[in-house]
Unconditional design. Structure first.
Length: 310
């Protein structure tokens, strides 16, 4: 049974998750129109796979380091299978790169309850979110959880509110310097901010509509349950519990505001959704619900591939 298998933390579980990401990479060839599969294309896809594998391992590290879940591999399994649900992600290098920095930022925010090196962690998180925005503008929305986290620091000083602006300024200066040296121009700044777009026609296709509906339903259910249960938690656990819920909601906002809707923007939801869903699986006593949920995530990418990919 999947519940028992992924309820343990074994190296084979990580390998299986990596294989699922590899399946998503292979499936991406079939979902997109490619006349000739060149060596350069294969290397590019392999690079995307490595970045996503790094994101998966980083997420696992963040979870273990900050005890965001119990000792299991549900979260990385859900992350890997969610990515496999949207093979178009492997076509969006900027989205993948941006998400790596978002997870790095989450790592710093999740460690704030230890109350050690707070200023450094806040500055690091602001750097990561600012770097993420260079690849995907709307990643700037993740500064919302950052400022929320600052306000929740018991020993909060007013000056801490200025730390994120220092991080943004540092990244902006580096970006300007790079473009001046490389392109002898700073005109990129004018095109950095995209227009708001609400064209969701890409989701009219069943290959995106089905997994998006499942993720959307799961998000609504999980967020509702978490908001109901949060007051019952010990105070020391509430901060990261609320942080992950806010990261999930903001990730949904990033996907909604993305200038071009391809399905790849759902990647911003997957890390926090994997963690909060794992929390729910750990709390629920309905074994068959746990089992069915895990099987749906495991089987659906394969079913969609055979229905719409081949």
């Amino acid at each position: 049974m999947l519940t028992n298998f992924f309820g343990k933390s074994n190296p084979i579980n990580v390998i299986i998750c990596g294989i699922y990401l590899l399946f998503g990479m292979v499936a991406s060839y079939y979902y997109t129109t490619v006349e000739n599969v060149s060596g350069l294309l294969v290397l590019n896809k392999a690079g995307m796979w490595l970045l996503l594998l790094f994101s998966l391992l980083l997420l696992d590290f963040v979870i273990r380091k900050n005890s965001l879940t119990q000792i299991n591999t549900y979260a990385i399994f859900l992350f890997a299978t969610s990515v496999a649900l949207f093979p178009i992600i492997f076509e969006q290098r900027d989205v993948i790169a941006s998400n790596v920095f978002v997870v790095l930022g989450l790592r710093r925010l999740a460690s704030l309850p230890s109350e050690r090196n707070i200023e450094k962690k806040l500055f690091d998180a602001s750097l990561y979110f600012a770097l993420a925005s260079l690849f995907h503008f709307w990643s700037l929305l993740f500064f919302i959880p950052l400022f929320w986290a600052i306000l929740k620091i018991p020993s909060n000083h007013f000056r801490m509110l200025f730390i994120p602006f220092m991080g943004v300024l540092a990244v902006a200066l580096l970006a300007i310097a790079y473009h001046l040296v490389r392109h002898d121009s700073s005109s990129w700044f004018a095109t950095w901010r995209p227009q708001l777009a609400y064209d969701f026609s890409a989701y009219n296709r069943s290959v995106l509509l089905i997994p998006a509906t499942i993720l959307g339903t799961l998000i609504v259910w999980i967020v509702t349950v978490r908001l109901i249960r949060v007051s019952a938690l010990a105070r020391k656990l509430q901060r990261n519990y609320r942080l992950l819920t806010l990261m999930l909601v903001v990730g949904f906002g990033v996907a909604i505001f993305s200038e071009v809707k391809t399905g790849a923007e759902t990647l911003f939801l997957m890390a926090p959704l994997a963690v909060v869903t794992t929390n729910y699986i750990e709390k629920t006593k309905d074994f068959w619900f746990q089992e069915v949920l895990l099987w749906v995530f495991m089987v659906l990418p394969i079913v969609l591939f055979f229905l719409f990919g081949l």
